[in-house]
Ligand binder design. Structure first.
Ligand SMILES: [Cu+2]
Length: 477
């Protein structure tokens, strides 16, 4: 059996098993049984569709790991078995789980040693598109991630198809992202690629831990174009795509040739739907989009300037009857509309307390040209400051990016709202990861409603490992 078919079967069986146990057609509603899953982390031979098989890390022998699909409010019980040679953990990215379940080694739990297990248990809410990944070392870059979809506890939809698309950057060599391949200089390109190549200006030594590797391929659901199965549609279909950027270092600007994309949700939280030509996803971000299949043909959903020609990130979208055509890629030109945070608003007005924040923390992001490290307020994790909050506080994080690279900042355990004075606060976007663009400011606010010590960091994995992280710590009021 060839790899594609085997993989397809695995995915289908996984989906069926999920549907059977999560009660997608529930008789019992909220009383649905606990959803139990076993995830075995182990080294596995990976095949992205072309090039050699290589050794990376996988959950249950596959990368991405199985799609976990549960209903909002349902209890989820995940047994993580560590069959790696190193410790590991799982983080439930975006879900505000109780602190001991958050999966950050040395902060919320001790890493699970090789040969041992850990049971994660929490309620899956609110509904939305999330993902899970290892939070230990560079294991995210080596293949340890998968989608986590929380279905709303009410009828919504009307989509003819829904696809979960995980985007990932790969080094196609044993070890995955930590393979012994040249690292980029710390002074990277604006979009994490391009400019930085060959400039040699950064202080990070080649092979050092502070900069990302040169990636050799960009995969959708573990397949490099054109080796993955195309997304098949027929005229008139309404299609929902749950896009998840599980990459360690790569931001994508995605466009679907021949179609516009209607943005439905950012980081799993609904926005007022709006059409765009291009959607941007930083590491850790999720964007749900919809398109109407009203332009028959064979097209590409593709990332702009993947910098690698043939190896760039793409997925074919093929209409019934157009199976034998060569897919047409999008043309990126000035004047296309890009979905930015300032063009979108939260769909359901959720009250956000008015009045000044109880605490304001200025967060200056720097590194690259000035230093081989990536820092917040000039300090490196674990020697970084603690952002003290008390239960009930409204807290503002006021970022300024003093570097030439974008930093997608991620807060664990909470959603934050992106401050946007053009909108009333109840319409501010609800997110958990937000890009702070080079030399720009961005403010977010969150309500301290989930006690514990919470990791707050850049979701560029190599920036995080180079120190760009600190802790939000709850104190007694
Ligand atoms: Cu960063």
């Amino acid at each position: 059996m060839d790899y594609t078919r085997r993989r397809f079967l695995q995915t289908s069986l996984g989906a069926l098993a999920g549907a059977a146990t999560t009660g997608l057609w529930p008789l019992s509603g909220r009383a649905a049984a606990e959803h139990q899953v076993e995830l075995v982390a182990q080294e596995s031979m990976i095949n992205l569709g072309k090039g050699p098989e290589f050794k990376a890390m996988a959950y249950n022998g596959q990368t991405p790991g199985p799609v976990l699909r549960v209903r909002e409010g349902q209890s989820l019980s995940i047994s993580l078995k560590n069959r790696l040679l190193r410790p590991t953990t799982i983080h439930w990215h975006g879900l505000p789980v109780p602190n001991p379940m958050d999966g950050v080694p040395g902060v919320t739990m001790a890493a699970v040693p090789p040969g041992e297990s850990f049971a994660y248990q929490f309620r899956a809410r609110p509904a939305g598109t999330y993902f899970y990944h290892s939070h230990f070392g560079y294991q995210l870059d080596q293949g340890l991630y998968g989608a986590l979809i929380v279905e709303p506890d009410r009828a919504v939809g009307g989509w003819d198809r829904e696809e979960v698309l995980l985007l990932a950057d790969w080094v196609v060599a044993d070890g995955g992202g930590t393979a012994r391949v040249p690292r980029r200089p710390a002074m990277g390109g604006m979009m994490g690629r391009g400019m930085g190549r060959g400039m040699g200006r950064g202080a990070a030594a080649p092979g050092g831990p502070l900069a990302e590797p040169y990636y050799q391929g960009y995969a959708v659901n573990g397949r490099l174009y054109p080796h993955g199965p195309p997304l098949k549609v027929k005229k008139g279909d309404k299609v929902r795509l749950r896009l998840i950027n599980a990459s360690s270092s790569t931001i994508y600007d995605l466009s679907l040739a021949g179609h516009r994309l209607t943005v439905l949700a950012l980081d799993g939280q609904d926005v007022i739907p709006k059409d765009f030509d291009v959607v941007r996803l930083a590491m850790g971000e999720r964007v749900d989009v919809q398109f109407i299949a009203d332009n028959p043909g064979a097209w590409l959903l593709q990332a702009h300037d993947s910098g690698l020609g043939e190896s760039g990130l793409a997925l074919a979208v093929v209409y019934q009857g157009a199976e034998n055509r060569d897919p047409v890629g999008p043309r990126f030109h000035p004047g296309l509309s890009l979905a930015t945070y300032w063009d979108l608003a939260a769909a359901r007005p959720v009250a956000h307390p008015t009045g000044p924040p109880r605490r304001i923390y200025r967060q200056v992001l720097s590194g690259g040209m000035h230093s081989p490290y990536w820092s917040i307020n000039g300090r490196l994790y674990p020697n970084s400051e603690r952002l003290a909050v008390a239960q009930g506080d409204k807290v503002r994080l006021s970022y300024f990016n003093r570097s030439m690279m974008p930093h997608p900042m991620h807060l664990h355990g909470h959603f934050f709202r992106v401050v946007n004075f053009a909108l009333p606060p109840e319409r501010w976007l609800v997110k958990d990861t937000a890009i702070v663009e080079p030399m720009r400011r961005l403010d977010v606010e969150f309500i301290a409603d989930n006690p514990g010590d919470w990791f707050h960091h850049c979701h560029h994995l190599y920036h995080m490992e180079a120190g760009m992280a600190n802790l939000v710590t709850y104190t007694k009021a």
